[in-house]
Design a protein around this ligand. Structure first.
Ligand code: GSH
Length: 248
């Protein structure tokens, strides 16, 4: 019997990736919410688990696994029932190619409009020195917070992020249209689908749904995925930015 705990923020896209896979695979786990507002992810106890000071972290008994894509592959290896990855090495290499692409292009890009529209509000009333101290405390996000600088990212950085989101959406739509099957890698709903879905759901949540709606194959993929049980369990009340900040 698994003894798994997922340390996460309800609304973090990287955490949602892992929740989608855990639910889809039917693995029992306990969800432990780390308090972002209180910066619990930068506390001593959490940094001992995850020295990067980011969520998610998964513990499996005494083992600590960090980084959402690493966690997805770990779950595939250790809990092979209900597979979400292909079993031949070449197709697995393609799966990893997709995972790396998602990490490089859309996953960092979605943070920019998300912070611009909602998350930056948490910092607007902080005085400058407290803000700099807060940024400095982030082991891997220090420069991200410095560039954002309380009020949001520059027009140039925002335009680049939107362009990356758009080109990734096109690439996934092309893959879906090219093979005409249900999921990004073909017939199997794989960890690649779980890795991309939170970016798509976030785009819709923050008013960038046109990037999806304009691409029928991608919209059909979202509609197909979003009726699944694992999706409903992942996106409980409080897991979207609009649940916390409203639509404004
Ligand atoms: N490469 C890491 C990135 C994780 C990450 O960036 N997590 C974000 C939430 S999606 C976070 O914890 N941010 C902390 C912060 O902004 O202070 C992974 O995929 O697990």
């Amino acid at each position: 019997m698994a003894d798994i705990t997922l340390y996460c923020f309800p609304q973090s896209t990287c955490s949602q990736k892992v929740r989608l896979a855990l639910w889809e695979k039917g693995i029992q786990f306990e969800e432990r919410h780390v308090n972002h507002k209180e910066r619990e992810h930068l506390s001593d106890w959490y940094l001992k688990l995850n020295p990067n000071g980011v969520v998610p972290t998964l513990t499996d008994g005494d083992d600590v696994i960090i980084d959402s894509s690493v966690i997805l592959e770990y779950l595939e290896e250790v809990y092979p029932d209900h597979p979400m990855s292909p079993d031949n090495p070449v197709t697995r290499a393609h799966m990893r190619k997709w995972l790396r692409y998602l990490e490089e292009v859309p996953t960092p890009a979605i943070r920019v409009p998300s912070f611009n529209k909602h998350l930056a509000k948490r910092y607007e009333n902080m005085d400058d020195s407290a803000y700099q101290k807060m940024a400095d405390a982030h082991p891997v996000r220090k420069h991200f917070y410095k560039r954002m600088n309380k009020t949001g990212f520059s027009a140039e950085e925002t335009a680049e992020a939107l362009d990356r989101l758009d080109s990734a959406a096109q690439r996934i739509a092309d893959a879906l249209e090219g093979h005409g099957k249900d999921w990004i890698m073909g017939d199997m709903l794989s960890i690649v689908d779980a890795a991309y879905m939170p970016t798509v759901d976030r785009m819709i949540d923050i008013g960038l749904g046109d990037i999806i709606d304009g691409r029928p194959a991608l919209k059909a993929w979202y509609d197909r995925y979003s009726v699944r049980d694992a999706f409903a369990k992942t996106y409980y009340e409080g897991s979207r930015l609009t649940d916390i900040f409203g639509r404004g």
